[in-house]
Ligand binder design. Structure first.
Ligand SMILES: C[S@@+](CC[C@H](N)C(=O)[O-])C[C@H]1O[C@@H](n2cnc3c(N)ncnc32)[C@H](O)[C@@H]1O
Length: 385
């Protein structure tokens, strides 16, 4: 069993992950490094505004919750974990302010704490977004596990914010200290960026900074699009884990009478999907866009078809827990006779999971890397839920 109690100079905190994975802790050595350093240099006061970026499960924000903290995250799951951990440690959920979409805070901040995100592009975007809200005395610290900090990471800090130094590794984590150079040329984030996609017609696909397969269509998604199911019976189609929404957009185009629902736990994914759908269909088509954990807020037995290219990472960790939750949710929201169609890497062995859950699973198509699988919700198997 891993520890659930974080012991740092700020106090003792009970912390869990979402989803809760028995062998994984809700914080890492980089969080401890930051909290110890902040205590050493005594930079906090109740009047100094703190911005925390990419806090994984709320460890930093909960430990610093007695100060005015704004926690910005692209991940709805991270935000849910933060809320749960605030409550578990006796704070109201409003104790820490959080973003509701991709918008960045606009008021000046005194201290910025950055956990290095998995996507370097997200860090780049965040550093540009920070520039206008830093003042001459603002302090900036970042930290991450040493294996996630490369020379390209440090270069980003240097070129966008100013002189950057790092500490030696402690428990395999490193601290980065940055000074804002106010004489650096102004510049701005290059995100969202765009690529062109030719399917039944030409689409211009916007991608905000944190997106999966940001510069081209993923090969698995391409296979799914090439075998897009088309039927009159599909009136409600879900693009689950929609990313930039390409799968749902092509489904909408080839099933012109269907209503589309786009779901993702990333605020930037939903912003990209919304922008791409509007660019493709204008006001001629309406769709729903949900930032959610899998399909939590979606009614049972309400959808005809769920399309999915499942994630195999949560932050820096690999696992299939989220994919498994997505399969279960898909089954719950499908009407009887409704279909789940997924694409996955051949080695991920989703076939056995779907067979177990739905009682059936057929291969629709495959190539040397990916396979498309289809399961149908059959009332006979309702006991399997
Ligand atoms: C492999 S990507 C597929 C993206 C897009 N459908 C495509 O094909 O390009 C998986 C997506 O699942 C999203 N995701 C991860 N965990 C999720 C969760 N718990 N609930 C909803 N979406 C999630 C990720 O943000 C990511 O956009």
């Amino acid at each position: 069993m891993v520890s659930r109690t974080l012991l740092v100079p700020q106090g003792e905190f009970e912390l869990s992950r979402i989803p809760d994975v028995e062998l994984l802790q809700a914080w890492d050595a980089a969080d401890e490094f930051i909290l110890n350093h902040i205590d050493d240099i005594q930079v906090l006061s109740r009047h100094r505004k703190l911005l925390i970026l990419n806090d994984a499960f709320g460890a930093l924000s909960v430990a610093l919750a007695n100060y005015p903290v704004y926690a910005w995250s692209d991940s709805f799951l991270a935000q849910r974990a933060l809320r749960a951990n605030l409550v578990a440690n006796g704070y109201p959920v409003e104790q820490v302010k959080t973003n509701v979409d991709i918008g960045f805070p606009t008021a000046a901040v005194d201290l910025v704490v950055i956990k290095i995100p998995k996507t370097l592009a997200l860090l780049e975007h965040q550093l540009y977004a920070l520039r206008p809200i830093l003042h001459h005395d603002s302090k900036i610290f970042a930290a991450g596990m040493a294996r996630h900090i490369h020379s390209s990471t440090l270069e980003l800090f240097e070129t966008i914010l100013g002189p950057t130094t790092t500490t030696r590794a402690r428990k395999k984590s490193r601290l980065i200290m940055v000074e804002r150079d106010h004489l650096l040329n102004e510049g701005q984030s290059r995100f969202p960026d765009y690529y062109e996609l030719e399917v039944d017609r030409n689409y211009r696909i916007a991608n905000h900074a944190s997106l999966f397969s940001r510069d081209r269509l993923d090969q698995g998604s391409r296979l799914l699009i090439e075998h897009m199911p088309i039927a009159e019976a599909y009136r409600r189609i879900v693009d689950l884990g929609c990313g930039n929404g390409v799968i749902g957009m092509i489904a909408a185009s080839l099933n012109p009478r269907a209503e589309l629902l786009f779901c993702d736990e990333s605020h930037m994914a939903i912003a990209s999907a919304r922008e791409n759908f509007a660019a493709a269909f204008g006001s001629s088509r309406e769709a729903e866009f949900r930032v959610d954990d899998c399909l939590q807020g979606v009614a049972d037995a309400s959808q005809d078809l769920v399309l999915l290219n499942p994630p195999f990472h949560q932050q820096h960790n690999i696992g299939d827990m989220i994919a498994w939750q997505m399969f279960r949710d898909a089954r719950r929201v499908l009407v009887d006779g409704g279909e789940l169609q997924i694409v996955g890497n051949r080695h991920l062995a989703y076939h056995a999971k779907l067979k177990k859950l739905f009682g059936n699973c057929e291969t629709v198509a495959s190539n040397n890397k990916f396979v498309i699988l289809r399961s149908i919700k059959n009332p006979v198997n309702n006991h399997r839920l």
